[in-house]
Each structure stands twice: as C-alpha cells, then as structure tokens.
Write a protein that binds this ligand. Structure first.
Ligand SMILES: [Zn+2]
Length: 89
C-alpha cells in the first residue's frame, strides 16, 4: 500500500499477514511473493521480515516467471528483534 509519505506505506507482505491475523491465523509457515510485472521481485524489507519472524514464518518463496527462489527466513533475517521483557537476564 503505497502512500506519498513513505512512513505511511505498508508493504503487501505485512498487509497479507495482518489480514490473515485479523481473520484468526496465529502462525504463518510460508510467504509466497509473486508479480505479473516484468520487474524483479526483491526479498521482503526488514520491517516485513520482523513481522514474519514474530508469526513463525519459516520460508519465503519468490516466484517470478519460471523462476522459483526459496529462502529460509533465517537466511534473510538472521537476527530478528526480540522483546527484551522475554529475554533471559
Ligand atoms: Zn516490507
């Protein structure tokens, strides 16, 4: 969801996750990104990867034309933020 103020923009990945969560899902295993445009599809941004990590996403699959690229979430986002209140001291 693009907006003229980039700070108000929300990526399609987060829109999809928030929609799933608002419809009762609590764990999302896989995210598939695809487009019918000729432009390449880039891996998700850090904000989306953080949200994905918090909802248990394990794999991000990018489909573009005949190409299917699979990424483990740990490969794309090896050190997600964690809630400091949940960390062991
Ligand atoms: Zn994003």
């Amino acid at each position: 969801m693009e907006n003229s103020s980039l700070g108000l923009t929300v990526c399609a990945e987060r829109v999809a996750i928030f929609n799933a969560v608002s419809n009762g899902e609590r764990k999302i295993k896989t995210i598939v990104l695809t487009s019918n445009l000729d432009k390449p599809i880039y891996p998700p941004c850090g904000a989306c990867l953080q949200v994905m990590s918090e909802f248990g996403v394990e794999e991000v699959i990018i489909v573009h034309g005949d190409k299917v690229i699979r990424h483990n979430i740990g490969e794309l986002f090896p050190r997600p933020f964690t809630d400091w209140r949940k960390q062991d001291s």
